[in-house]
Design a protein around this ligand. Structure first.
Ligand SMILES: C[S@@+](CC[C@H](N)C(=O)[O-])C[C@H]1O[C@@H](n2cnc3c(N)ncnc32)[C@H](O)[C@@H]1O
Ligand code: SF4
Length: 393
């Protein structure tokens, strides 16, 4: 791991008339066991999680970051991982209180916590709610014992059902994370997973196509996965069955009932700002004259040490004006509603004419459509998302 000082590149002239909404992401990096497909910054707990010391480090990290977000209100907090539900409810309560004491949260601010089945019992779950968590995101992945085993999960189907049942009882809004195109999965098994998930009437469902990421156990020993045709049939099935129960596909992998879209992720896809604290957390912060991306030290012990010394950020760079259209469009094209020209201008400081040529090319190929000042991906654009995004890079 490099211990070089922070690198700051100031390049490109950016001028923003208004700052976008600000959210806070908190990364809790420990899990019971590393899943073979996972390339997130997650580490096997191996004994006790150093909860109190990590919470101290997060506070120090937040305090050092305050001058960069001075006077701004926070519209959501997302406590992700890793497996945040490994932390005690008292620890989560302290974390939320620490954030509230330092940053003004909007009234009714969404506070999401990621929870894994099997890492909590009934009381802890309700205690998260009492601690101030407003939305639970349950990492189910599948309700099938064989498929859970095939993707190396530590929980079984009964624990998955128990966790979701608890979430629906304890929270007004919650999310289920599923993955599809799992090793050896059939269309009938996908249907059974959808039956199980939809039986809880989830306000929000995230369904990701399992991808084999570099430097994971699955990249070394790849499992046999459904072919592209079957995976595409699975996605068609997911789209049809979610639509049939009133879940709107508002983002390429996210489905929600009206009023239950994830405020935090929506802000991210709309090129809003997010302060990312915790090991390996990424952040994006706008200023009148620049947009900055940051990343924190990745390895937990190193992060704790650096954060406590007021130096949690390992790398920070300004996004150049010529990178902004591509970055904006990477996220905007994930959204069914696409974007409005005024938002493009507000978030990037550039006129939408800066992307006239690729917009026209995307339109000629049937990947995007225009409705007044709004641009949104067509169903074909969603199906060929990476081709659509590539036009703007
Ligand atoms: C970083 S995980 C954190 C949540 C929690 N630790 C868990 O695993 O249940 C967030 C979600 O990303 C998805 N995910 C992680 N790795 C993936 C991969 N290689 N392909 C597709 N989805 C993935 C899973 O659905 C997971 O619930
Ligand atoms: S539990 Fe979640 S974050 Fe942890 S290793 Fe598995 S997929 Fe990654």
């Amino acid at each position: 791991m490099s211990t070089s000082p922070i690198r700051i590149h100031r390049a490109g002239s950016v001028s923003l008339a208004a700052l976008p909404p600000l959210t806070v992401y908190v990364h809790l990096p420990w899990c019971l066991k590393k899943c073979p497909y996972c390339d997130f910054n997650s580490h096997e707990a191996r004994g006790e999680v150093p909860e109190a010391r990590y919470l101290d480090a997060l506070v120090a990290d937040l305090e050092a970051a305050l001058p960069q977000v001075w006077g701004r209100r926070v519209s959501s907090v997302f406590i992700g991982g890793g497996t945040p539900s490994l932390f005690s409810a008292a620890g989560i309560e302290r974390l939320i209180a620490d954030i509230r004491a330092r940053l003004p949260l909007e009234p009714g601010c969404e506070i999401t916590l990621e929870a894994n089945p099997g890492t909590f019992e009934r009381e802890r779950f309700r205690a998260f709610r009492a601690a101030g968590v407003t939305r639970l995101s349950v990492g189910v992945q599948s309700f099938d014992d064989g498929l859970l085993h095939a993707v190396g999960r530590v929980h079984d189907a009964a624990q998955a059902r128990a966790a979701v049942a608890e979430a629906s009882e304890a929270f007004d809004t919650f999310n289920i994370d599923l993955m599809y195109a799992l090793p050896g999965q059939t269309l009938a098994q996908l249907d059974a997973d959808l039956d199980a998930a939809l039986s809880f009437a989830p306000p929000h469902l995230s369904i990701y196509h399992l991808t084999i990421e570099p430097n994971t156990a699955f990249a070394n020993t790849p499992p046999a996965l459904p072919d592209d045709d079957l995976a595409s049939d699975m996605l068609d099935r997911i789209a049809a069955r979610t639509a049939a129960v009133g879940l709107q596909r508002y983002e390429v992998s996210a489905f929600a009932r009206p009023g239950h879209r994830c405020v935090h992720n929506l802000n991210y896809w709309q090129f809003g700002d997010y302060l990312g604290v915790g090991a390996g957390a990424h952040g994006k912060l706008s200023f009148p004259d620049r947009i900055v991306r940051q990343v924190r030290w990745r390895e937990p012990a190193m992060y704790i040490e650096r954060a406590l010394a007021g130096k949690a950020v390992s790398n920070e760079h300004a996004v150049t004006a010529d990178q902004l259209p591509g970055e904006f469009m990477m996220s905007a094209m994930r959204l069914a509603d696409g974007f409005d020209s005024a938002r493009f201008a507000e978030r990037t400081g550039l006129a939408v004419t800066a992307i006239d040529a690729p917009l026209q090319r995307a339109r000629e190929r049937g990947l995007i459509e225009r409705d007044g000042s709004c641009w949104r991906p067509t169903p074909r654009g969603f199906d060929f998302l990476s081709d659509l995004q590539a036009l703007f890079l």
